[in-house]
Design a protein around this ligand. Structure first.
Ligand code: HEM
Ligand SMILES: [Cu+2]
Length: 614
């Protein structure tokens, strides 16, 4: 019976419009992925001097080591250390952020360092999102082999896995608190006010409008105070959690160490934390004054200021998110703010909508048609706001995904991408329910509201049954939404996948030279010192070990700089690999490399390729 009634009044016009919107949005999303890719993630290793895996000439150990990261790092909570083959720390313990470049760190080495392999380990905390990262790389002075296992050195730095239950639940609490505060308030101001006016003007319900209004005010007030409580709890936990992240080691030991004080006073995280604390206190003050001056929330200037404070809290969340560490923060930051703002309006609004119906159902008795006419005015108004939020979420979400994933493959080939895909699946589930409310229930209620027919009118049994189904599926929608925020807590605890392209990585070329097939890797492929690794195989697939002389000859194509030869030396532990570190790449632009391979008793072979240095 319900199904039949619903099918009968199916609104195909709105559905058609929704489909068009869907295709336009999908196309827009698709197009963004054809744009060039950019690097991002936590503060990752980008390049260094000496470069990773460099082989330096005997007796030419560097006087210092410099490392560049993909994001700015917290000076007080980031460090480098350098170890020799015996795992003794040999640096001068003066590790510091490079003056004028927050993305780079330096450390000095003692003079007359003996030949041998050295390993640099780093532990940093990103200034952008507060995540910590540890890693290592090695270089070789003179002959020898590069260390292959540096895990013992890394574990000395007490790495913190950013992905853990604390991080996820703190973020979840924060999302719930902001959504409750901002969304319920926005509902009262933007949905309930006009709806109440319309109910009154059209005399849609026989009596009880004031009772409903008072009931909603009471509930929303409780939601606001409850949300503020959740926010305070979440924000205190965040401070303790971040203390643990920057210090590493044992959670409770860090709590009692008092290092949270220096974190508060000398890190970007600390400034944002204090700013947000101020906003929460302001919101609490405004909320309490609303109460004690006896004002109606829906009818007071204070409420608008409270809403602004809530949006301020939204902004502090974005400032501390991955979107503040992208290559274009001026675009991704506002986009993230809109994303989280729309989330809050929508999900907090859903909660307030459910509470409103709960209150109204107590006041409005069944059988009079009041409930039908009430919903016929309430649902469309809420749908306008929810529809705008969904559109904003899809557009800004796509912008975020473009910056943080960079390719379609990244939706599936790493934990971050898979989590985002799961989030989208939950989102689609919510959308199905929302579309059901917007396209089926809402038109039906409007239709029923216009008639007093016993079978198909405002007070009919069918109307009552559809309303019960509606309340159930609305509760389902809210549950899904709360779960979705949990998935987002997981998402923002994970590291977005590292991306290739400019800023990190290396230049790779493969090809053939006579009977030899080669693979050349230039790391980091930027102006300055580079490591050239050339791997050679003969026609039968065996590594070429007996080359007398392997030369990489470089010419700058944009400007005459002459011919620059680099002699590549065989690497003992890897047959077929020839390597050298050199700073021939002295300017950006188009370069050509010619590989010349000389073997005894065979003609020399050559191959050339071009590459671009940014
Ligand atoms: C097409 C749909 C969507 C896409 C592509 C998308 C994508 C993203 C991405 C890439 C992030 C960045 C996460 C990070 O900082 O590492 C994000 C954050 C977030 N998303 Fe979405 N999202 C979508 C829809 C939604 C929906 C429907 C909701 C909630 C109802 C939502 C809530 C959030 C929240 C709360 C954040 C965290 C913001 C922050 O920490 O600053 N998203 N989203
Ligand atoms: Cu991160």
């Amino acid at each position: 019976m319900i199904e039949k009634g619903i099918m009968h009044y199916r609104n195909s016009g709105a559905l058609g419009r929704l489909q068009k919107v869907f295709w336009v949005v999908s196309l827009a999303v698709l197009l963004t992925f054809f744009l060039p890719q950019r690097a991002s993630a936590h503060a990752q290793y980008v390049r260094s001097n000496p470069p990773k895996d460099a082989t330096l000439q005997s007796g030419k150990a560097p006087a210092s080591v410099q490392v560049w990261f993909s994001e700015e790092v917290e000076p007080d909570f980031s460090k480098l250390e350098v170890y020799n083959q015996q795992r003794q720390q040999i640096d001068l313990k003066d590790s510091h952020v490079t003056y004028g470049d927050q993305k780079s760190m330096q450390i000095s080495l003692p003079p007359d360092l003996p030949d041998g392999p050295y390993t640099v380990v780093f532990r940093n905390v990103s200034r952008e999102d507060g995540h910590s990262n540890v890693g290592s790389f090695s270089f070789l002075v003179g002959k020898g082999t590069l260390p292959t296992d540096t895990s013992a050195l890394i574990s000395k730095l007490q790495p913190v896995e950013n992905f853990n239950g604390w991080s996820i639940s703190i973020r979840w609490l924060n999302y719930l608190g902001v959504a409750g505060l901002v969304g319920s308030l926005a509902f009262l101001l933007l949905v309930w006010r006009p709806v109440a006016a319309r109910l009154f003007a059209r005399e849609a319900i026989s009596s009880g409008l004031n009772d409903i209004g008072a009931g909603i005010e009471k509930y929303v007030y409780r939601v606001i105070l409850g949300s503020l409580g959740v926010l305070i709890l979440g924000w205190l936990m965040f401070l303790f959690y971040q203390t643990y992240v920057v210090g590493g080691g044992d959670f409770f030991q860090q709590l009692s160490s008092g290092s949270w004080r220096s974190l508060l006073l000398s890190s970007r995280f600390g400034s944002i934390w204090l700013l947000r604390l101020g906003l929460i206190v302001l919101a609490l003050f405004l909320g309490l004054s609303l109460r004690y001056t006896g004002r109606k929330i829906s009818d007071s200037l204070l409420s608008w200021i409270l809403l602004l404070a809530g949006l301020g809290i939204v902004i502090t969340t974005s400032l501390n998110s991955h979107s503040s560490g992208t290559a274009m923060p001026w675009l991704s930051l506002p986009s993230d703010m809109l994303h989280f703002g729309a989330t809050s309006f929508w999900i907090g609004g859903l909660l307030a909508l459910l509470l409103t119906i709960l209150v109204a159902w107590r006041v409005l008795k069944p059988g009079a048609g009041d409930r039908t006419r009430f919903l016929a005015i309430l649902i469309p108004r809420f749908s306008v706001i929810a529809g705008i939020c969904v559109a904003v979420l899809v557009i800004t979400g796509s912008v975020q995904a473009y910056f943080l994933l960079g390719s379609f493959a990244a939706f599936l080939n790493n934990a971050y991408g898979v989590t985002l895909t799961i989030k989208l699946a939950v989102f689609v589930g919510i959308l199905v329910l929302a579309a059901f409310h917007l396209l089926r229930i809402s038109p039906l209620m409007k239709r029923f509201a216009q008639s007093n027919d016993e079978e198909q009118g405002a007070s009919s049994l069918v109307a009552g049954r559809i309303q019960r189904a509606f309340r159930r599926s609305l509760r389902g929608e809210l549950l899904f939404a709360v779960a979705l925020l949990g998935v987002v807590g997981i998402l923002t605890s994970l590291s977005p996948p590292p991306q290739g392209g400019s800023g990190s990585g290396s230049i790779e070329r493969t090809g053939t030279a006579g009977d030899i097939s080669y693979k050349m890797v230039i790391t980091p492929g930027m102006v300055g010192s580079n490591t050239f690794g050339l791997y050679l195989k003969d026609a039968s697939g065996k590594p070429v070990e007996k080359a007398e002389n392997v030369i990489a000859r470089f010419t700058m194509l944009d400007m005459d700089m002459g011919i620059l030869d680099v002699k590549l030396e065989p690497v003992a532990e890897t047959p077929g690999l020839y390597r050298a570190t050199d700073n021939v790449i002295s300017m950006s632009g188009d370069w050509q490399a010619t590989l010349i391979i000389m073997r005894p008793g065979v003609d020399d072979v050559r191959a050339s390729f071009k590459f671009v240095v940014k």
